[in-house]
Design a protein around this ligand. Structure first.
Ligand SMILES: Cc1ncc(COP(=O)(O)O)c(C=O)c1O
Length: 375
């Protein structure tokens, strides 16, 4: 039997919630289940407002509208990230300015941010890779000094924290993903966390195709009209119904993932001691959520052939982000002011191991990796 890389988890009430949504007779967005999910997110993050979206990508795009970005505005971000971190801003004509990552957490190197700031810089986008927080105190200090907002791409960050503060609630905006590969999911989904209440009303309008439909449904206006630019970023109730069931069990899901993560961490200690691999490093300020278990292969191994061998042995281990600064669109739309050696290196050495609720075949994964490490 092959061990898949991911297997989307169903906790308990997903399908019965969907039936309930159907019998409520309200399947478009912003119904009772959407409100339940948003209240859950607001309660857990203490954000001013949580708005469900169709994806983390949609939430990031909403940020670019909310900030009125335009051609030539610059957005500082890591290159070691998913394309949406950059694309959401490039769609508005803004230019991603790529900064290298730290060797330990693989998060943006806070010591390199200041030198990338220019007159054109409009935001710093941080990505909490694998649910491990960036060095937020330093980043928030730099942002404050230069009066630049921080956006947290917290696609992987649900139920993870920095010095006890939930990821996504420290920047001006936080963007979450509920894609099926994430700890908490609804197939495709996301949320925008708004941590500055001045943006709440406009965010609702942008999410509802540029109309004040949300205000109309709350009885605050007698008609809804075209108020602003916007798009269709509001998920339907079936999606929210599924998500509500996942959120109900979010703490338990995270606990189970952490147990799987910890067992991996223990089993690979010996290979790290013999310098064949390096395990993830979690700074003491960070409470992570067991989202990804990755390893960095020693430079002497060829990652493609290691992955191929592992897959031949039925273990679906995979690589991760292809750096954006050297990708075709990254070269066309982005820039970087200094080299990104850590990003280049990590992009070629990282592997991710199977990680899903119910996974318990750590030894088989260990054996597959160990026997694939041939120089
Ligand atoms: C860092 C990061 N940002 C954004 C996204 C996009 O998330 P979504 O698929 O919900 O749009 C991902 C997806 O994995 C991601 O890893």
């Amino acid at each position: 039997m092959n061990i898949p890389f991911n297997s989307p988890h169903i906790s308990k009430h997903e399908l019965s919630n969907i039936e309930k949504a159907n019998s409520n007779g309200m399947l478009a967005g912003d119904g009772p289940f959407s409100k339940e999910c948003q209240a859950w997110l607001e309660n857990y993050t203490s954000s001013q407002k949580a708005l469900l979206t169709n994806s983390c990508t949609a939430a990031l795009e909403m940020c670019s509208y909310l900030m009125d970005l335009g051609p030539d505005d610059e957005i500082i971000m890591p290159s070691y990230t998913f394309v949406s971190t950059a694309n959401a801003f490039v769609l508005r004509g803004a230019v991603p300015v790529f900064v290298d990552i730290r060797e330990d957490t693989l998060n943006i190197d806070e010591n390199l941010i200041e030198q990338a700031i220019s007159q054109k810089t409009k935001a710093i986008v941080v990505v909490h890779y694998a649910g491990v927080a960036c060095e937020m105190n330093t980043i928030l200090d730099i942002a404050k000094k230069h009066s630049i907002p921080v956006i947290e791409d917290s696609a992987q960050g649900i139920l993870a924290s920095y010095k006890g503060i939930p990821l996504g609630s420290m920047g001006m905006f936080g963007c979450l993903s509920f894609h099926e590969t994430k700890n908490i999911h609804c197939g495709e989904g996301g949320a925008l966390l708004i941590n500055d209440e001045r943006y709440v009303e406009r965010a609702e309008i942008i999410r509802e195709k540029g109309t004040n439909r949300s205000q109309f449904f709350r009885g605050q206006v007698d008609k809804y009209r075209w108020i602003d630019i916007g798009s269709s970023y509001l998920p339907g109730e079936l999606t929210a119904a599924f998500l509500a069931a996942q959120l109900e069990h979010a703490v338990e899901i995270t606990r189970k993932r952490l147990a799987i993560w910890n067992e991996y961490h223990e089993i690979f200690l010996g290979l790290e001691n013999s310098e064949k691999i390096r395990r993830p490093i979690i700074p003491k300020e960070c409470e992570h959520n067991g989202h990804i278990y990755y390893l960095l292969l020693n430079k002497r191994y060829n990652r493609d052939s290691v992955l191929q061998k592992m897959n031949e042995m039925g273990v679906n281990a995979v690589f991760h982000y292809q750096p954006l600064h050297s990708s075709p669109a990254g070269k066309k739309y982005g820039k970087h002011t200094s080299p990104l050696p850590v990003t280049d290196d990590i992009g070629e050495r990282i592997i991710r191991l199977p990680m899903w609720i119910g996974f318990n075949q750590h030894e088989r994964v260990f054996d597959a990796l160990n026997s694939s490490l041939i120089n």
